[in-house]
Design a protein around this ligand. Structure first.
Ligand code: DOR
Length: 447
C-alpha cells in the first residue's frame, strides 16, 4: 500500500542537499517521509506551496528572551511568537536572564516554561561561571542544553568569566563547542572614560576593535592549549575575521544581520541608541570584511542576537542606555533581501541558517530537508516586496532598527515538526519542544 501522509507540501521549490528542485514533501508523525512527486490523495491535508521556496527550518542560534526576570522586555512566548512570524523554527536562548541559566534547576525551569508554550522549538545555553566550571561537562549535556556560553566581556547582566584560569578550566572540562562573547573586559574597563554622554557613536570608540581582537587572540590561544572547540559569537571586526580565517580548526564564526546591514556613523545618526549593541555596529571597512568572510566561507552561521529592550529604556541618555536590539523576526527578511541583491546565494543562506547549526551544535534530526528528519521548514516568497514596520514586530520591545526598510523576500510559513506554526502571518497552536543534540544525554534521562 502506498505510504500516506498527515500533511503534504505540494508544488514548492525545495532547497536541500540535492540543490533546488520542484518537489512535493510528504510528512507523517512530524517527520519528512517522502520527497518527490506525491499525489494529494495520499495526504490528510495539502498545503499549496506553488511559487514558494521551502527551506530547511531556520535555526537562530543566538537570542535573548529575558524570562525569567526581565519579562517586561520579552518572555519565552512573545520572543518565540516573533521567531515564527519571522520564519524561524528553532532558537537557542542565552543564559543572561535573572536568575541566569547556570544550574540544572534553572535550565530545567526554562525547558518546562517553554514546552508547549513557545511557538518554536528551543534550546538554552548554560552560562559558565567560576562556581559552576567543574560541573559544566554534566550541565552541557542535559536535555534542552545548547552548550556552554561564556561572556568573556560583560554585557547585559552579570555573567562574566575574564580570568585565564577559569577560562582554561571551562575549556578543559567541556566536550561540546563553547560559544563566547569575545571582548576584552580589562580593556573595556580602562576605556570607560572614552564614552561621551549623549553620543552613542562613542560606543564603538569605547568598545574598540582592539578589545575584540585581543580577546579573540587570547581565546584562540587558550583553546589551542586545551584542545577545546570554540564558537565566536557576533564577530564585528575585520581583523578578527582575518585572524579566524587562519584558525578554522579551532574556532567557528557567527555574524549577525545587523552587523552586515547597519553601519557607523550614519546609522547611529539616524537611529541613535537603538543600534547600540555589544559588540558594536562599526564602520564600513569592518562591514566589508564581514561580507568577505561570509562569501569566502569563513563565517559558519548567522545569529540574530535578538536582545530586546523597551523604547523607554533606549530613550535614556547614552551611556545609561542598554545595549542590544530585537532581531529574531527580521533575520529572514533582511537576509533574503541580501540574497535578492546578489550578496549571497540562497544555498549559502541555507548553509548559514540550518546546516550550519547542525554542523556546529550537532542538532539531532534538524538542519536538513531529508527523509527521517523533523519536518521543519521555512517557507518563503522570494519575490514578495514588503516594508518592515514596527507594527509587525511581535517582540515586547515593539520596535526594530529596520523599520521603514523595503525588502524583497518574505517568510510565508513556519512549519515545525509538520505543524503550521505560522502561515501567512497567522499563528498556529504553540507546540514548542526542546531540540535534541547528538552530544546530549538521550532524551528523557540524564545518564
Ligand atoms: O548588545 C548586547 N545585548 N550584546 C549582548 O551580548 C547581550 C545583549 C543583551 O542581552 O541585551
Amino acid at each position: 500500500m502506498a505510504e500516506t501522509f498527515d500533511i503534504l507540501f505540494k508544488g514548492g521549490t525545495a532547497v536541500n542537499h540535492t540543490g533546488e528542485a520542484a518537489v512535493d514533501i510528504g510528512v507523517r508523525d512530524g517527520r519528512v517521509r517522502a520527497i518527490g512527486e506525491i499525489d494529494a490523495s495520499r495526504a490528510d491535508q495539502t498545503v499549496d506551496a506553488r511559487g514558494l521556496h521551502i527551506l530547511p527550518g531556520v535555526i537562530d542560534t543566538q537570542v535573548h528572551f529575558r524570562e525569567p526576570g526581565m519579562e517586561h522586555k520579552e518572555d519565552l512566548e512573545t520572543g518565540s511568537r516573533a521567531a515564527v512570524l519571522g520564519g524561524v523554527t528553532a532558537v537557542f536562548e542565552m543564559p543572561n536572564t535573572s536568575p541566569p541559566t547556570t544550574s540544572e534547576e534553572a535550565l530545567a525551569a526554562k525547558v518546562a516554561a517553554g514546552t508547549n508554550r513557545m511557538h518554536c522549538d528551543f534550546a538554552f545555553f548554560v552560562g559558565a561561571t567560576r562556581e559552576n566550571a567543574a560541573d559544566l561537562a554534566e550541565l552541557e549535556r542535559l536535555p534542552g542544553a545548547a552548550g556552554v556560553k561564556i561572556f568573556a566581556g560583560s554585557s547585559t547582566g552579570d555573567l562574566l568569566v575574564e580570568d585565564d584560569e577559569t577560562l582554561t578550566q571551562v575549556f578543559s572540562t567541556i566536550r561540546r563547542r563553547c560559544s563566547i562573547h569575545s571582548e576584552l573586559e580589562s580593556r573595556l574597563r580602562e576605556r570607560l572614560p572614552i564614552r561621551r554622554v549623549g553620543d552613542p557613536t562613542s560606543h564603538y570608540e569605547w568598545r574598540d576593535e582592539v578589545a575584540a581582537l585581543e580577546s579573540t587572540q587570547r581565546l584562540l590561544r587558550l583553546a589551542q592549549a586545551t584542545g577545546a572547540r570554540i564558537h565566536i559569537l557576533h564577530v564585528s571586526t575585520g581583523a578578527e575575521m582575518e585572524l579566524l580565517s587562519h584558525h578554522k580548526d579551532v574556532a567557528t564564526v557567527e555574524v549577525t544581520p545587523q552587523h552586515l546591514t547597519l553601519v557607523g556613523p550614519e546609522d547611529y545618526e539616524r537611529l541613535g541608541t537603538k543600534i547600540q549593541q555589544n559588540p558594536p555596529i562599526r564602520d564600513l571597512a569592518h562591514q566589508d570584511l564581514l561580507w568577505w568572510g561570509l562569501q569566502q566561507g569563513v563565517v559558519d552561521i548567522l545569529g540574530s542576537d535578538h536582545a530586546p529592550h523597551t523604547l523607554a529604556e533606549k530613550a535614556a541618555t547614552y551611556p545609561a542606555t542598554p545595549s542590544g536590539m530585537p532581531g529574531v523576526q527580521t533575520l529572514v527578511p533582511i537576509m533574503l533581501d541580501h540574497v535578492n541583491a546578489g550578496r549571497l546565494t540562497l544555498a549559502r543562506f541555507v548553509d548559514l541558517t540550518s546546516a550550519g547549526a547542525q554542523r556546529l551544535f550537532g542538532t539531532t534530526c534538524k538542519g536538513r530537508i531529508a527523509v527521517g528528519y523533523d519536518a521543519d521548514f521555512t517557507v518563503v516568497d522570494l519575490k514578495a516586496e514588503r516594508v518592515i514596520e514596527d507594527s509587525w514586530v511581535a517582540s515586547k520591545a515593539g520596535w526594530t532598527p529596520f523599520a521603514g526598510r523595503k525588502v524583497q523576500g518574505w517568510p510565508i510559513g513556519t512549519v515545525i515538526r509538520g505543524h503550521l506554526a505560522m502561515w501567512e502571518g497567522e499563528l498556529g497552536v504553540a507546540r514548542g519542544q526542546a531540540v535534541r543534540f547528538d552530544e546530549g544525554f538521550p532524551q528523557g534521562g540524564t545518564h
